[in-house]
Design a protein around this ligand. Structure first.
Ligand SMILES: Nc1ncnc2c1ncn2[C@@H]1O[C@H](COP(=O)(O)OP(=O)(O)O)[C@@H](O)[C@H]1O
Ligand SMILES: Cc1ncc(COP(=O)(O)O)c(N)n1
Length: 273
């Protein structure tokens, strides 16, 4: 049984954060461990409160897990503060583990999940040791300081991000205005790139899509898939989770983490970028 880890915030509503990650890990048959960076009082309507973990206790959780388990791959989600980012980077930099960084900044409802002054720590401490970064367009704009509207903006931003020293960046297109497709573009440090296209689902139930996608990539990396296979299969997992909603809550509902096992009937189109 391959062991993976999520380092993220708890979502009491169960659709994003630690809860989305552990559900995804379970469905993808890896053993999930977790390091909780903050508690959020949250539901499908929004974030009502945030109670961060002390940086010292984040370190303690990391040590407890690493001292006992051989963690093959990990992901980071909501990290909240520069202090926590520095602790996390310090603990994982010398470990043989694949690192997926989902640079969670703002919840769909608008609440800030990363303090503004933490962006610098994310860029200088975490990106250099990441295997993959999965920014959505607004996050890529904050990281690069660029405005991203066109495919050539996406490429320029990805090249700027890769200069930080990571192996791969997945530029997610969930926020791009395209009625027909949700297209993500993947850029690797070796200069290659490819596009993943799936049909856009017209739904309000997209709470936790980014968490679910990055957790699925982590699970497949943990199982030994190649980087490209893990990313493409991760996209399939999130596509099915969006396509078969559970219709829970009164706002932006969660995705369906059971769908990948139940349906399996979707092929992501992969082509040259
Ligand atoms: N309406 C949608 N239909 C299909 N796929 C989507 C939709 N919205 C987002 N996705 C996909 O879900 C994944 C997460 O994307 P995104 O919503 O951009 O992340 P985030 O939660 O970080 O904002 C990406 O692969 C993206 O293309
Ligand atoms: C604890 C936590 N982590 C991440 C997200 C982002 O998810 P989304 O962008 O879908 O709101 C969230 N809302 N809560």
């Amino acid at each position: 049984m391959d062991v993976v880890m999520t380092i993220a915030g708890s979502d009491s509503g169960g659709g994003a954060g630690i809860q989305a990650d552990l559900k995804t890990f379970q469905e993808l048959k890896v053993f999930g461990t977790s390091v909780i960076t903050a508690l959020t009082a949250q539901n499908t309507l929004g974030v009502d409160g945030i109670f961060p973990t002390t940086p010292e206790f984040v370190t303690q959780q990391l040590s407890s897990v690493f001292n006992d388990f051989d963690v093959k791959a990990l992901k980071t989600g909501m990290l909240f503060s520069a202090d926590i980012i520095e602790r996390v980077a310090g603990e994982i930099q010398n470990k043989e583990v694949q690192v997926v960084v989902d640079p969670v900044m703002i919840a769909k409802g608008g609440a800030s999940l990363l303090q503004q002054e933490a962006v610098e720590a994310l860029k200088t401490k975490l990106l250099p040791i990441a295997t993959v970064l999965t920014p959505n367009i607004p996050e890529a704009e904050v990281i690069t300081g660029m405005t991203i509207k066109t495919q050539s903006d996406i490429q320029a931003a990805a090249e700027c991000i890769l200069e930080k020293g990571l192996q791969c960046v997945v530029m997610k297109g969930g926020h791009l205005e395209n009625d027909e497709f949700a297209t993500d573009t993947v850029f690797l440090a070796n200069g290659s790139s490819f596009k993943m296209q799936s049909k856009r689902i017209h739904t309000k139930h997209t709470h936790g899509t980014g968490c679910t996608f990055s957790a699925a990539i982590t699970a497949f990396l943990g199982r030994g898939f190649s980087l490209q296979e893990a990313i493409v299969e991760g996209k399939k997992f999130v596509q099915l989770a969006i396509e078969h909603p559970l219709n829970l809550g009164h706002g932006h509902g969660p995705t369906n983490h059971f769908a990948y096992q139940t349906y399996q009937d979707y092929e992501v189109t992969v082509s040259e970028a």
